[in-house]
Every structure is written in structure tokens, then in C-alpha cells.
Design a protein around this ligand. Structure first.
Ligand SMILES: *Cc1c(COP(=O)(O)O)cnc(C)c1O
Length: 386
């Protein structure tokens, strides 16, 4: 492993192949060449080096939430949803009732998971362009003492809206309940400090703002909650308590670990630190987002959300009402120019989305804006048509 290449971690984003498109999506995302290069080895699951790597990544991720003293980071094979399902199934007692705060598809997914695994759920919904209201949460908790947990999405990737996490956490803590945060799309770019924002568990994954490759989900869980969750889980493979016990007992993963994905994440976490941690990563994404929104508005496109509700993660734009606008043709025109965007995921408005995250910077955003300008011209639609 000492032949590992050591490229400049802060070198401008580079594609490993001229044919890789820039992924302006909610994931999978563009990764750095050095993160990809970290995978050019084979590790045994019992190798000392791999065991040390697992411990290092767990510790560094917990530290990103200022949670190393109070919480454990438990990684799990799979995409982010695997970690969400494992966390809900492990931490919510079989007889527990959970209030899920829903303003998009990922909130709805937590409801679906809880229902499928046979846990009682109360749902409070908002419109997809509205943030969760902490005062409503306060009223619901005051009225119903059977609600032991509250589950919420930090940045709802459906629209890109940012929910007021600190206020929600304060309400939940004041009412003596436990908070489960789907922080998937913003973890590593928007600060969450466990000392100030109390949570029982936070879920995220390797391939969003940490800029690793996809394949690992993880939860950062309060130690006592994890310790007392034995036997709760509905599933053998998605049992975070057992996964943690396995890691604690011999440093190894319970089942075949995604060795290459972990090596990439190890490198990605290092590059995150070199970029200035959460503040540095967040600053790059905020700059990307501001440039993107400014450029799109200058062409006439309209954002779904007002700027004060917009997280610098992914931006939802209204589809132009011009009949000459066709999303598939627009997508193809951008793909041909090397940029991948994403359809909308809203239940009502017709939209599309462009991500600001991954190993991209202003040069790539400017490239995307030029490609969009050309696509508008070639396809002949009016971006401002409402
Ligand atoms: C990406 C994402 C997930 C997990 O999705 P996977 O496709 O399973 O990785 C969960 N919640 C939010 C808010 C997300 O953005």
C-alpha cells in the first residue's frame, strides 16, 4: 500500500477520463481523481491496515458532528437508505411510536420504512416548498406523550429545502423525546454540532457531501441508545447494534466489508479536512449554488424556492411552460455537452434539479451554464415561460 499515489488533494477537480460527465445530481456524484485512486488496492477484511482504516473513518466522521465523546459512528454496507432503515429499525422500540415530519420524498420514505417494519407512525406533512415548523412539532409532542421519537430530514433533497434543524432539535429535547435526523444530503457541508443540536442518531452516506464513492451508509448514534438496542432490529443485516458490537469486538465488519469504498471514504474524509472541514466544503458549495442560481435566473429560469429556504446542495427549477421545452431533449443536450442533471421529484409542480455538490467548482458550474445557454438556443424554448 506504500505505492499509493499522493496527488495534490486540493488540485482542481479532474476527471479520470475525458468521457466522464460532470454529475450535477443528488448522487452518485463526481469524485476526485485521488479518491478514485485510493481504490487501486485489495484489502483483506482482517488486515491490520483495513481494521485501522475502519476505526479512523468512524472516529473522523463522528468528530465532524462534534460527537466523538458521546456518539458512535456505525458504518453499514449499502446506500444511504440502508442506514436509514437500519437506524429506524434498531433504535425505535417495537412498541415505540415515531412522529415523522414530512416535506418531501425522503420524509415519506421514512414513513414507508417504519410502516413496513411494523413500527407505529404519526405523520405531520407540509407542502414541499414549506419548511417544517418547530412550533407545530412542539404542539404535537405536548399533545401526545406516546411519541418517543421524532424523525426529520435536514436538507430535503426533493426540493433542496433546508429544515430548521436546531429549532426542531431544541423542541424535541425540551419535550424529552429523541431525534433521528436524515442528514444524508448535507452532512459534511452544513454544520451539525451534537453538543448544541441534540440527536439520538444522524444518518448519512459516503457519496454525498463527503465526496466518497457510493456504497456505505452510516449512522452517528448516542452510545447509551446503541447499547440498549439489542434485539430491537427487525433484520439481521440491518441491525446497527450488532454491527457496532462486531466492530467493537474485533474491529472487523460483521459481513464482507466494502473495502474499496471504505478506502475511498478514508481518502475523501482526509480531503474534506484539507479543504477546511465542514466550513470549507460548505463555502465551496455555497459559491457553486450562488453562481448557478444567478446564471439560471439571468437566462430567465425560475427557482422553486426563495433564497432563504434554499440549501446549497441541489436547486429545483420550474420547467419552462413553453411547449418547446422537453425535459428529455434538454437532458440529452446537456449530457452531450458533458453535464448530467436530474428530473424533479415533486408531487405537484413540474420541475428539474441541478446539484451543487460533489467534486465540482465554479469552472464546472460556468461550464454547465454555457451548456444550458446553448441548449436553450438549440432547442428554441423560452426559459422564462411560466
Ligand atoms: C440521497 C438521500 C438518501 C439516501 O438515498 P440512497 O439512494 O439510498 O443513497 C436519503 N435521504 C436523503 C435526504 C437523501 O438526499
Amino acid at each position: 500500500m506504500n505505492d499509493r499515489p499522493t496527488p495534490d488533494p486540493l488540485a482542481p477537480a479532474a476527471r479520470s477520463s475525458a468521457r466522464d460527465p460532470w454529475l450535477l445530481t443528488p448522487g452518485p456524484l463526481t469524485t476526485s481523481t485521488s479518491v478514485k485512486a485510493a481504490m487501486l488496492h485489495d484489502w483483506g477484511s482482517r488486515d491490520d491496515a483495513f481494521i485501522a482504516m475502519t476505526a479512523r473513518v468512524r472516529e473522523r466522521i463522528a468528530a465532524l458532528a462534534h460527537a466523538a465523546a458521546t456518539h458512535e459512528c456505525v458504518p453499514l454496507q449499502g446506500s444511504g437508505t440502508f442506514a436509514v432503515e437500519a437506524t429506524l429499525g434498531t433504535l425505535v422500540p417495537r412498541e415505540g411510536r415515531t412522529l415523522v415530519l414530512v416535506n418531501g420524498a425522503y420524509g415519506r420514505r421514512m414513513v414507508e420504512i417504519l410502516q413496513r417494519i411494523g413500527r407505529a407512525v404519526a405523520v405531520r406533512g407540509w407542502e414541499e416548498h414549506e419548511p417544517v415548523d418547530p412550533w407545530v412539532v412542539d404542539d404535537l409532542l405536548a399533545a401526545d406523550p406516546s411519541l418517543g421519537h421524532v424523525a426529520v430530514v435536514h436538507c430535503e433533497t426533493t426540493t433542496g429545502i433546508l429544515n430548521p434543524l436546531a429549532e426542531i432539535a431544541a423542541v424535541v429535547a425540551r419535550r424529552g423525546r429523541r431525534l433521528l435526523i436524515d442528514a444524508m444530503s448535507a452532512f459534511g457541508a452544513i454544520e451539525i454540532d451534537a453538543r448544541a443540536t441534540p440527536f439520538e442518531a444522524l444518518m448519512a452516506s459516503s457519496n454525498k457531501c463527503l465526496e466518497g464513492v457510493p456504497g456505505i451508509g452510516f449512522a452517528i448514534v448516542e452510545r447509551p441508545a446503541l447499547g440498549s438496542a439489542k434485539g430491537n432490529a427487525h433484520s439481521v443485516a440491518l441491525d446497527l447494534h450488532e454491527q457496532w458490537r462486531g466492530l467493537e469486538s474485533n474491529g472487523q465488519w460483521r459481513f464482507t466489508p466494502p473495502t474499496h469504498v471504505l478506502a475511498a471514504l478514508d481518502r475523501a474524509v482526509e480531503e474534506h479536512a484539507l479543504e477546511g472541514g465542514v466550513a470549507g466544503r460548505g463555502a465551496r458549495y455555497r459559491a457553486n449554488c450562488a453562481r448557478l442560481v444567478g446564471g439560471m435566473r439571468a437566462m430567465g429560469f425560475r427557482t422553486l424556492l426563495p433564497d432563504e429556504l434554499q440549501a446549497p446542495i441541489i436547486v429545483t427549477f420550474h420547467r419552462p411552460a413553453d411547449p418547446r421545452f422537453d425535459f428529455e431533449a434538454f437532458y440529452a443536450a446537456l449530457r452531450a455537452r458533458g453535464f448530467v442533471i436530474y428530473p424533479g421529484k415533486l408531487t405537484r409542480a413540474e420541475t428539474f434539479r441541478i446539484g451543487c455538490i460533489g467534486r465540482i467548482g465554479l469552472a464546472e458550474i460556468d461550464g454547465a451554464l454555457r451548456a444550458i445557454e446553448e441548449a436553450v438556443r438549440d432547442l428554441g424554448f423560452d426559459p422564462a415561460a411560466a
